[in-house]
Design a protein around this ligand. Structure first.
Ligand code: PHE
Length: 366
């Protein structure tokens, strides 16, 4: 009896009809499994006359190969269809993150630094940086605060273990050490000697042992430094007035220069801006109140000398302000500690679009 055509036709039809991997596997077992029909043909081999066995065996093997190949083809098709279905079902909507309620926001500190860069960049300042772990010399001594001088007590310093060579180190208490680092740079000296001017701002982290609603042990400052021939206090005043108008986005801001003391500037002044507190709301630019926003002054000749710059040829001014503080004033943020709570609700309230960079022409804080 020759079952070949029937077995072949039925197996191929069943393969064609299998709708998924499971059904196909059942077809495979029914044809090629231990008690499958094709396997069953092989089992009849022993009962055949010796001269027929070889040809019969070859036919069974050919049938086995044909069915296997058909199974493979069908499996490939079914797998492909299953993958497509899965991809359809698991589709990721990549447009989701840019929907307004999902978009990332810039932290007010980053935003404020970008605004500072836009304002001072427009006045010809470039950006400089220095290390958070500073050596005692750059943080204090170079800035005219000798070891054991009482002025060191003005800053509540975090002291770190000395370096291997004995150099005392601290977490920098202000961004002012970057003044010294920049003035000591031979490239800067050459640029000054060629008649150029040094104008830098230094935004960065600073540290003091201090914590309340308006102080945190880690906070940010921006330092400003200008060194040039024939620079005087008038330039400092004009520069800060321009800055305040641009940063606070108002037409005029009354400024008060209050005599003060910093070891690294002489004369020194703290700067207050005019404001009002009508109905509990702070308005900058007019009114009968004053708010302190920064420290400033003419760079002390000792600082210039410590950094190898001749105070008889060059003068300079410097200022330093707290970035949290000016962000709080501009954006009405009441508590400095909330800047570092990493509370997403806070960020959604005070954060800024990551897609709009501050610019003087396009609007600083649009
Ligand atoms: N470094 C000073 C401080 O942290 C601020 C300052 C900078 C004052 C530059 C004058 C000039 O208090």
């Amino acid at each position: 009896m020759d079952d070949f055509p029937t077995i072949r036709a039925e197996a191929l039809a069943a393969i064609e009809a299998a709708g998924d991997a499971r059904a196909l596997d059942a077809v495979r077992v029914a044809a090629l499994g231990k008690s499958g029909r094709v396997t069953g043909l092989m089992k009849t081999l022993g009962g055949l006359p010796a001269e027929e066995r070889k040809a019969f065996g070859a036919r069974v093997n050919a049938l086995k190969d044909e069915v296997s190949a058909a199974l493979d083809v069908r499996k490939g098709l079914l797998d492909g269809a299953a993958l497509t279905a899965r991809l359809e079902a698991e589709r990721v909507d990549v447009s989701l993150p840019v929907r307004p309620e999902r978009s990332g926001l810039l932290h007010p500190i980053g935003q404020t630094i970008d605004e500072l860069c836009a304002v001072f960049g427009d006045m010809g300042f470039t950006w400089a940086e220095g290390p958070d772990i500073e050596d005692d010399w750059h943080n204090f001594t170079a800035l005219n605060i000798p070891p054991d001088h009482p002025a060191r007590q003005m800053q509540d310093t975090f002291y770190l273990p000395p370096r291997a060579d004995g150099t005392p180190t601290v977490l920098r208490t202000h961004t002012s050490p970057v003044q010294a680092r920049t003035m000591l740079d031979p490239e800067v000296k050459k640029m000054l000697a060629d008649g150029g001017a040094l104008r830098i701002i230094v935004p960065g982290r600073t540290f003091r042992v201090d914590s309340d609603a308006t102080h945190a042990p880690m906070f940010h400052q921006v330092e400003g430094l200008v060194i040039e021939r024939a620079i005087h206090m008038g330039h400092l005043k004009g520069c800060l007035a321009d800055f305040c108008r641009a940063y606070f986005e108002v037409d005029s801001v009354p400024l008060k220069f209050r005599p003060s003391y910093f070891p690294f500037t002489e004369p020194s002044a703290e700067v207050d801006i005019g404001c009002s507190w009508k109905g509990g709301e702070l308005r900058i630019g007019a009114g009968d109140s004053w708010l302190e926003i920064l420290g400033s002054g003419m760079v002390h000749p000792n600082v210039l000398r410590n950094c190898g710059i001749d105070p008889d040829i060059y003068q300079g001014f410097a200022f330093g302000m707290g970035i949290e503080r000016i962000a709080m004033l501009k954006y009405g943020i009441p508590d400095l500690r909330t800047f570092y709570d990493s509370d997403l609700r806070w960020l959604r309230h005070y954060g800024f679009s990551a897609l709009e960079s501050p610019s003087l022409t396009g609007g600083l804080s649009r």
